[in-house]
Design a protein around this ligand. Structure first.
Ligand code: BTN
Length: 247
């Protein structure tokens, strides 16, 4: 990962640029990084706040030989890599909230957005989009954010070297992806669970009109969240917003 890196000053979205490059045949491991995004994309059609000069916005092209239904496993490569990079560059304690938010002190510092091009039997390519709030200050966050957000600098109380963070993150991504290809999903799932903020907690998952409440038992091989609900029923959710309930 990172043998080819396209660095851009300003883009609409690094995911869109990477997706176009992948369609034109860009090799596995190609990375697009930008200083500023004018149309940063979040999950569920939301916007990702992407001011210039302070954060990391990057997208990685992967071409794993897997069935499309296993593609969500690869999101965990990026969330574990972000956790790893934060642990290696700061003294903060990050956790992962399913599916892929990385939180520090209960507030979101990073978001991940994976996009896929696939036929029924085969993944053509995946784009892993990674956004990390690094040196953004309080005034740069919009007031109406859905979830409380923060940056590494706010939480660590010092400026973080963006380039060094990017380097460490790419190293982690590379090692985790290589391990995934060699050993499969299980070791990655274990690492994800070890950093999970939701494991064993009671959560409320909202997806449109649908609300499921239960205790988190783990994640399955399709990236779904497995919950134990009232009456001993087990439920699996594949998408939605998780709120951790006070116990
Ligand atoms: C989320 O939590 O909603 C996901 C946010 C993902 C943001 C990153 S920034 C780099 C890449 N390009 C985008 O347009 N989005 C992702």
């Amino acid at each position: 990962i990172g043998t080819r890196i396209t660095c851009l000053q300003e883009v609409d979205s690094t995911n869109l640029v990477a997706y176009r490059l992948a369609e034109q045949g860009a090799v596995e491991g190609t990375i697009v990084i930008a200083d500023h995004q004018t149309g940063g994309k979040g999950r569920l059609g939301r916007r990702w706040e992407s001011p210039a000069g302070v954060n990391l916005y990057c997208s990685v092209i992967l071409r794993p030989q897997i069935l499309p239904l296993y593609a969500p496993q690869l999101t965990f490569v990026s969330s574990v890599a972000v956790v790893d990079a934060i642990l290696r560059t700061t003294n903060l304690q990050p956790v992962i909230k399913w599916p892929n938010d990385v939180l520090v002190n209960g507030q979101k510092v990073a978001g991940l957005l994976n996009e896929m091009s696939a036929e029924t039997e085969r993944v053509d390519f995946l784009v892993l989009g990674i956004g990390v709030n690094i040196n953004m200050n309080r005034e740069q966050f919009p007031v109406d954010l859905r979830h409380p957000a923060t940056s590494l600098a706010i939480e660590a109380g010092r400026k973080i070297d963006r380039l060094q963070f990017a380097r460490v993150l790419l190293e982690s991504l590379d090692a985790l992806y290589a391990a995934y290809l060699a050993e499969g999903y299980e070791p990655l799932r274990r690492r994800w669970l070890a950093h999970s903020a939701v494991m064993g907690r009671t959560v409320r998952v909202t997806s449109g009109e649908n609300v499921v409440v239960g205790v988190v038992e783990g994640i399955d091989e399709h990236g779904g969240l497995v919950l134990s609900c009232a009456g001993g029923r087990h439920e699996r959710v594949l998408a939605g917003d998780v709120a951790i309930c006070n116990e």
